[in-house]
Write a protein that binds this ligand. Structure first.
Ligand SMILES: *[C@@H]1O[C@H](CO)[C@@H](O)[C@H](O)[C@H]1NC(C)=O
Ligand SMILES: *[C@@H]1O[C@H](CO)[C@@H](O)[C@H](O)[C@H]1NC(C)=O
Ligand SMILES: *[C@@H]1O[C@H](CO)[C@@H](O)[C@H](O)[C@H]1NC(C)=O
Ligand SMILES: *[C@@H]1O[C@H](CO)[C@@H](O)[C@H](O)[C@H]1NC(C)=O
Ligand SMILES: *[C@@H]1O[C@H](CO)[C@@H](O)[C@H](O)[C@H]1NC(C)=O
Ligand SMILES: *[C@@H]1O[C@H](CO)[C@@H](O)[C@H](O)[C@H]1NC(C)=O
Length: 661
């Protein structure tokens, strides 16, 4: 049914005429819409039965935004340190005006749906015009509309729904990013079989928790103040010393710093206080300020363990003190640990969201939630984006469709254009997206024999800043002359035979952005000389990450009253976020703008001396290649896909950034 198929139009016409009556003749429809073109496809392997035609499918159409082709240049214009417009961030109104889908786009898609027999009352436009939602569509209707077939695939005891491909009339296709539900994996057929819904299972970038308990009367001052032992256990003083953090904030009333959280069990105030009493006594009694998104709350479920937020807050609050930290607490109704990042993007940028029930609901919680007890409020444009947002969660790039990634990445770019620094963890599994040892086959399937590196998401989007992991070398001295060589790539045997390391790699979708071209090409030349075979295992033209790194190894924190040792880029990311927050403080105090999207600055040669170049160590690889432990990328002088540009030196970063307008 691809390309020109008048017969298809006949059946489409008849199908809808039965239910609603059509407003155009078949000849008119054909004249208006002409050929179909293949829009997206994905290979799901062997399909099961055809989906029953009367099942309800919540159809959503992501409309093409205007002017996105200019986004990269606009973003670089305000964030390239050599640009005359450096720091001149856009307002939300300018963003809306520049990028919202045009009236023409809206009209074309609405007419197409109307001509296909959908009632006006069933076709809803989100208030920002970015999505169209169609109520009451059945599987058979949608199949006709998109020239496709839905099939049911068995996944354990769940039934998932997908189509291998779908098509749109050529004239409509240029106004549409993508349609859901179609080729997204993990779309669940609900057990009562009358609707289709989301069921994505992501992985946290986060935590490898090794919990050691002991009594925790205030720790002896040798442990809280001393720098010996930073190779075995990290405290805030180790980080302040490693990253030259002696700056005291002066503009906390103007500055903002946010941490995203997706879990209900976030933190215990008693844990924060125990930690603060040891490491930052002035903070005892202080809490992060709660920014509730979609009704997110910090009420603890007494039956389950505290999650990693306690650890993250203990460090981010201590390192940025006395700067207030916002906890962007996102409610995940019905889906437990299933989520993506659109909830917070919606909350901070009304131009992105779809208060009438849009988003890619296959990945994002569906709101209003149709299940009993579901949550109805959708935070849309209700939150002012903090200047720095720290995100410790991630996925694999291959979990999402190309158009979906494109759209989310553009949204990160828009936030950068408005002056927000978005930091994401690079993950804990080296070159393998989100699951240790799992690489990609040529057909894109993920398994333990595969040998193509498996990039992380959203690390592979060029408009976020990605934080990799380091560790203090065994027995390293943190005396000032030795600091710049004290760290190596984080690569830790978590349990015997199971290794974790800082994420790093190259996107299979996004090309290398101009700001990193020189740095990354220098690394590729190094590989050509030292390990040319590795060049076959990844896309040498792709966006490379991480951008920078920080310690990810063995943080001492307090969890439910006991000492816990946590490792992961979940801890490295808020550490860097606190550092950028302090840079923003210095700029705000000097009457300047926050730094916003930092990548063009940090890759510029002038900033090289503000990083400790990490030149030792290697991250983990594919099980199917040379084995996991050291099969990834080796660190070297300059940028590398194991440690990025290296670890930050706050004192010097402030000097560099104060020198910019
Ligand atoms: C992809 O290729 C691998 C072998 O290279 C095969 O085992 C797997 O079934 C293929 N997957 C799909 C979806 O075709
Ligand atoms: C689209 O999917 C159908 C199965 O639903 C398949 O028969 C057809 O070959 C696919 N077309 C393309 C271009 O992949
Ligand atoms: C804290 O620990 C106690 C017992 O050690 C346990 O019963 C409780 O569920 C834990 N609470 C949290 C929030 O982790
Ligand atoms: C990997 O390859 C081995 C040996 O060729 C085979 O036995 C195994 O089934 C493969 N595993 C996967 C996940 O493809
Ligand atoms: C670190 O010091 C300990 C104790 O002196 C020693 O056993 C160990 O070999 C040293 N490790 C390294 C890598 O130097
Ligand atoms: C640390 O930062 C200060 C400025 O705050 C700078 O003078 C000093 O040289 C830096 N120290 C190192 C070791 O880079």
């Amino acid at each position: 049914m691809l390309n020109s198929h008048p017969a298809h139009f006949l059946s489409l016409f008849l199908a809808f005429q039965q239910s609603v009556g059509a407003s155009l003749t078949r000849v008119d429809l054909h004249k208006r819409y002409g050929d179909f073109s293949l829009h997206e496809q994905r290979d799901f392997g062997v399909e099961g039965r055809r989906l029953e035609g009367n099942i309800h499918v919540p159809l959503r159409i992501a409309l093409k935004q205007q002017n996105l082709q200019s986004l990269a240049n606009q973003l670089l214009a305000v964030s390239d340190p050599h640009s005359p417009l450096y720091g001149q961030h856009w307002t939300q109104a300018q963003i809306l005006e520049a990028f919202s889908p045009s009236d023409d786009t809206h009209g074309v898609v609405r007419d197409w749906l109307r001509d296909a027999g959908f009632h006006d009352s069933a076709i809803k436009l989100s208030y920002n015009k970015a999505w169209i939602e169609v109520d009451g569509a059945t599987a058979r209707h949608v199949e006709e509309l998109l020239a496709t077939e839905y099939h049911v695939f068995e996944h354990g005891d769940e039934e998932h729904v997908a189509c291998h491909n779908y098509s749109l009339p050529v004239h409509v296709a240029k106004h549409v990013d993508f349609v859901v539900p179609t080729i997204q994996p993990h779309i669940k057929l609900s057990t009562n079989n009358d609707y289709v819904r989301n069921s994505l299972q992501p992985r946290m970038a986060g935590t490898s928790i090794i919990r050691r308990s002991s009594s925790i009367a205030p720790l002896p001052s040798t442990q809280t103040r001393s720098l010996t032992g930073c190779d075995k256990m990290i405290t805030p003083n180790c980080l302040k010393t490693l990253y030259n953090m002696s700056y005291t904030p002066k503009a906390t009333d103007k500055n903002t710093f946010g941490i995203t959280s997706y879990f209900s069990n976030t933190y215990l105030q008693s844990d924060l206080d125990t930690f603060f009493s040891n490491f930052s006594p002035a903070l005892v009694g202080k809490s992060p300020s709660l920014v509730s998104i979609n009704g997110g709350s910090i009420e603890l479920d007494p039956t389950s363990d505290v999650g990693e937020d306690g650890w993250i807050l203990q460090y981010s609050m201590t390192l940025a003190a006395p700067q207030n930290v916002q906890l962007l607490q996102i409610n995940n109704p019905q889906i437990g640990e299933r989520f993506t990042f659109n909830a917070w993007l919606d909350a901070v940028d009304g131009s992105y969201c779809s208060s009438d029930g849009g988003d890619d609901f296959n990945f994002d919680p569906q709101l209003p939630n149709p299940l009993p007890g579901g949550f109805n409020d959708h935070s849309c444009g209700t939150v002012k984006a903090p200047f720095v947002v720290s995100n410790s969660q991630s996925f694999s790039e291959n979990q999402f469709s190309e158009f979906y990634r494109q759209r989310q990445c553009a949204e990160f770019g828009k936030l950068g254009l408005m002056g927000t620094t978005i930091l994401y963890a690079a993950g804990n599994t080296g070159v393998t997206g989100a699951q240790s040892g799992y690489c990609l086959d040529d057909n894109g399937s993920m398994n333990l024999n595969a040998t193509n590196f498996n990039p992380n998401w959203p690390a592979s989007c060029p408009w976020v800043t990605v934080v990799g992991g380091t560790q203090v070398k065994a027995n390293a001295s943190l005396s000032s002359s030795m600091i710049s060589t004290a760290e190596e790539v984080w690569n830790q045997e978590i349990i015997p035979g199971f290794f974790e390391s800082g994420g790093g790699g190259f996107s299979n979708q996004f090309p290398k952005p101009s700001y990193q071209e020189n740095s990354v090409n220098a690394y590729l030349s190094f590989l050509r000389r030292t390990d040319p075979k590795k060049l076959q295992n990844f896309n040498v033209k792709g966006r490379a990450y991480p951008d920078l790194s920080a310690n990810a190894n063995s943080f001492l924190d307090i969890a439910n009253g006991t000492i816990s040792i946590d490792s992961g880029t979940s801890g490295a990311t808020p550490t860097v976020a606190a550092i950028i927050t302090l840079v923003n403080d210095a700029r705000l105090a000097a009457g300047k703008k926050p730094v916003g999207f930092i990548n063009p600055s940090i890759y510029s040669p002038a900033f090289a001396s503000a990083f400790n170049d990490v030149v030792d160590g290697v991250n983990t690889g594919c099980k199917g290649l040379q084995g996991v432990r050291d099969g990834g990328f080796r660190a070297t002088t300059g940028w590398d896909p194991a440690s990025g540009l290296g670890t930050p030196n706050l004192g010097k970063l402030i000097e560099k950034w104060l020198a910019l307008p």
